[in-house]
Design a protein around this ligand. Structure first.
Ligand SMILES: [Zn+2]
Length: 260
């Protein structure tokens, strides 16, 4: 069983490990280490980590039972290795994932809207909420509520409980695991079963911005951005505005010349 260090401490960027199994199939090496900081791909809706093992690029990371497999296309001859994750990429996913929990909590607390699905991708993320329609005023309230929790800087913690102890906590959705259930808690505000990597506090989410809300199969799909992604988006919009202003200016300038 691979020791999943990312669950204990998602802030570790480098780790020494030992290769315990190596398989060579179709020009690729499938590597199992005694422990890892690499979050596997498509587990709990969070994309897998990018990074290197002994400087060699990891192409894919996935779960195989209780183990984590790292895929590389170069041989790593030594048994003792250094695992290193792309921290900017991990932080980005942690911001989106913790933000998703918070946004889902806001829909649940304010309007009893349950999250029936979510997606965190490289470019965009969304939550599907079982509410058929929501106007701008209500969406603004959700956004404000979520951001107030960010600026109040509540702690986020993860711990494991037994299934029989589940009813002691107001857990927002049903866990998939049968025995030990990992709960991610936003300081008494939200309890959600999750195996993802999360930030230490809501303040690190930075900001939640709802980009748009679409009707989708009888519910709403809420596209959102958190943290540095939202900052980049703000920069992009400013740039777009600048270009628009310039083109209007040149059109007006053109008109003037024409009327003269
Ligand atoms: Zn989660």
């Amino acid at each position: 069983m691979t020791k999943k260090v990312y669950l204990e401490n998602p802030y570790i960027r480098q780790l020494d490990g030992r290769i315990v199994q190596k398989r060579y199939i179709d020009d690729k090496y499938y590597i199992k280490t005694n422990q890892t900081i690499f979050y596997p791909n498509l587990l709990d809706g969070q994309p897998g980590d990018k990074g290197t093992i002994n400087g060699i690029k990891v192409l894919d990371v996935y779960e195989d039972g209780d183990d984590i497999i790292h895929v590389v296309d170069e041989n790593i001859p030594s048994k003792n290795v250094q695992l290193s994750i792309d921290w900017d990429n991990r932080l980005d996913y942690m911001q989106q994932h913790s933000g998703q929990h918070l946004l889902s909590a806001a829909f649940y607390k304010l309007y009893n809207g349950e999250t029936i699905g979510f997606y965190i991708g490289e470019e965009h993320s969304y939550v599907d909420v079982d509410i058929p329609y929501m106007d701008d005023e209500h969406i603004n309230k959700i956004e404000l509520f979520a951001n107030k929790i960010i600026y109040s800087n509540f702690s986020i913690k993860a711990y494991t409980i037994k299934k029989e102890d589940m009813n002691r906590l107001p857990v927002r959705n049903e866990p998939q695991a049968e025995s030990n259930i990992r709960i991610v808690e936003i300081d008494g505000i939200d309890f959600s079963p999750c195996n993802g990597t999360h930030l230490r506090s809501t303040g690190e989410i930075g900001i939640i911005k709802i980009r748009d809300v679409q009707a989708h199969k009888g519910h709403i799909r809420v596209n959102f951005l958190c943290g540095y992604r939202a900052l980049k988006d703000y920069g992009d919009i400013m740039e777009e505005n600048r270009r628009l202003k310039e083109s209007i200016k040149s059109m007006q300038g053109g008109k003037k010349t024409y009327s003269e």
